[in-house]
Design a protein around this ligand. Structure first.
Ligand code: DCM
Ligand code: DCM
Ligand code: DCM
Ligand code: ZN
Ligand code: ZN
Length: 275
């Protein structure tokens, strides 16, 4: 996701975590405001463009070598590069967050990675190999030229809220609060328990793999319903958008709700482990 998507996921998670979890992460991240998660949500994206942080580039996605729209699916051994992928990264940084022998600065960094990667794993094109996650597919969106990846990262989320008007944090907070109500008493009320079904903090890799597999299935149904060639050069701002927008909304909602559950599980696991 672009910055707006990541910040929304972070605000959404802050709305659902327990008070104990809030206190733990506010302490670790040294920020006792309501923005403690939102403020670190895009850090991993700036890091990957630095010399030191180059190695983290592959951690933002997993390139499923499937064949949409006829066949979607992730095979960890086939699709996770030896340099790593979003599934191995969530495993690594969850483990480091739980490791009380590591320096707090390392654990704080791990927390920032977890907040970001739970977001990215819910972006369908971050779980797809075709044209480098859609980066090589040229399309139009409301008359302007973009690649398909950018349309899903940024154009669709921003159109959904009527534009972010250069204030991503304010717009994200508002959208997170809308989605919080949808989860608590609206259209996501009946789905939310199902969303946590695969969640198991003692097996971060299987948990992340199940989240990635669900995102990747969306590539076959909604991202490339007629395959990659059919979409090249097409205008995606109308009919395509109408089908994609509810899926983007659900993926962002799931990401935030699952991130909150993941953070709660990390904190209870730390409470119950001798340190
Ligand atoms: N980005 C950045 N520097 C660049 C290119 C992109 O910081 N040279 C950031 C801003 C985009 C985000 O990356 O909104 C896209 O995130 P991802 O690449 O994880 O989808
Ligand atoms: N590192 C990481 N994941 C690991 C081990 C290390 O991302 N499993 C990164 C973060 C550390 C840096 O490498 O700041 C150096 O770690 P070390 O001193 O353990 O080599
Ligand atoms: N990306 C992806 N899958 C790939 C390559 C890149 O999901 N195989 C993502 C990472 C960034 C965006 O696409 O969010 C742009 O990547 P880059 O700046 O590496 O072109
Ligand atoms: Zn992206
Ligand atoms: Zn990213």
């Amino acid at each position: 996701w672009g910055g707006f998507g990541h910040i929304t996921v972070a605000y959404l998670a802050s709305n659902f975590v327990s008070n104990e979890t809030t206190a733990f992460f506010q302490g670790l991240l040294r920020n006792d405001t309501e923005h403690y998660l939102a403020g670190v949500a895009t850090w991993a994206d700036s890091l990957r463009y630095t010399r030191w942080g180059r190695f983290t580039g592959p951690f933002h996605f997993i390139d499923a070598k499937d064949s949409p729209p006829t066949y979607c699916g992730i095979d960890y051994e086939r699709d996770c590069k030896k340099e790593g992928c979003v599934v191995s990264a969530l495993h690594n940084y969850t483990t480091r967050l739980l490791d009380t022998e590591l320096h707090v600065s390392e654990r704080a960094m791990a927390a920032k990675f977890v907040v970001h990667f739970v977001g990215d794993i819910h972006q369908p094109l971050h779980t797809e190999d075709v044209a480098r996650g859609g980066n090589g597919i040229h399309v139009l969106f409301d008359g302007r030229n973009f690649n398909l990846h950018h349309v899903w990262d940024t154009s669709i989320p921003e159109k959904l809220v009527g534009g972010i008007h250069r204030k991503p944090y304010e717009a994200a907070k508002r959208w997170a609060d809308v989605l919080t109500t949808e989860i608590n008493e609206g259209k996501f009320l009946s789905a939310k328990d199902e969303w946590l079904k695969a969640t198991n903090v003692s097996d971060p890799r299987s948990t992340a793999l199940s989240w990635a597999t669900e995102s990747n299935a969306v590539v076959c149904t909604t991202v490339l319903p007629q395959g990659p060639d059919a979409i090249v050069g097409q205008e995606l701002g109308s009919k395509y958008y109408e089908a994609a927008a509810p899926v983007v909304e659900a993926q962002i909602a799931k990401a935030g709700y699952r991130l909150a559950a993941w953070m709660d599980l990390i904190v209870s696991s730390l409470r119950n482990q001798p340190s």
